[in-house]
Design a binder for this molecule. Structure first.
Ligand code: ATP
Length: 230
């Protein structure tokens, strides 16, 4: 269980998050939705240790890890897939994957990546920056998967991708949850996020405006009122 308890945070005097409570249980997908500027990225920064909250706690399996450095949280199984993908564009697919591999486990790492996205197997020698946006996103997710993360925080994974690719990526994310991971999905693509999510949090002006199950939400109304994208 990954938990943010009563978190407030901001930037040099500007408060962005105001007393946010959010839980990500094991084996679940939690969608974090909200309009531009609501504080979604700021919340991810707190959750990955990049930004220290001004008050509140970050808990992993009940242990207080508030203020821990990002690499400490990585050691505890936290993995961040940032918006813009974070792959090394000038390196080959293989080298991007091997950078994530622990020494000695290189073939296991490559096998794991290809199990996640078979298409990567055909493109091992290709320079990552020359792949399509969807393939780069798959590579970013495969790099995360190699680390066997327990808590996966994803910023706008479906941004700018074709619906078919989005389907493939969401199927993979749901598989990760079935394998036991906890996923936090920051999404503009409301319909897909609600279809995949077990729980939904709606952030508005730095506060949780709704927390509950997707069935309790009218996706169309939500898209119109808060997000502006279906
Ligand atoms: P979007 O969907 O547009 O990415 P968001 O919900 O992720 O929005 P944040 O990026 O968390 O929102 O931004 C919340 C508020 O914090 C915004 O008003 C933004 O201008 C401000 N903000 C974000 N980063 C910084 C920063 N480094 N310094 C100062 N203010 C910032």
């Amino acid at each position: 269980m990954f938990e943010l308890r009563n978190i407030s945070a901001g930037y040099s005097g500007t408060q962005v998050l105001r007393g946010v409570n959010l839980k990500i249980p094991a084996s679940s997908v939690v969608a974090l939705l909200g309009p531009n500027g609501a504080g979604k990225t700021t919340l991810l920064r707190v959750a990955t240790g990049l930004l220290k909250p001004t008050s509140g706690q970050l808990l992993i399996d009940g242990e207080d890890v508030t203020g821990a450095a990002p690499h400490k949280l990585v050691e505890k199984g936290v993995c961040h897939v940032p918006e813009g993908r974070g792959v090394f564009r000038s390196l080959s697919v293989r080298d991007n994957l091997l950078l994530q591999a622990v020494k000695g486990d290189q073939s296991e790492a490559l096998n794991r990546a290809v199990t996640a996205f078979p298409r990567l197997g055909e493109r091992m020698a290709q320079t990552a920056g020359t792949m399509s946006g969807g393939e780069q996103q798959m590579l970013a997710l495969a790099r995360a998967y190699i680390q066997k993360p327990r808590f996966i925080l994803l910023d706008e994974v479906s941004m700018g991708l074709a619906p078919k690719v989005v389907d493939e990526i969401f199927a993979f994310l749901e598989m990760l949850a079935r394998e036991g991971a906890s996923l936090l999905l920051v999404e503009q693509y409301v319909t897909r996020a609600l279809a995949a999510a077990d729980f939904v949090f709606l952030l508005n002006r730095g506060s949780v405006a709704f927390a509950g199950q997707p069935a309790e939400i009218d996706a169309e109304e939500l898209a119109e009122r808060y997000v502006g994208a279906g």
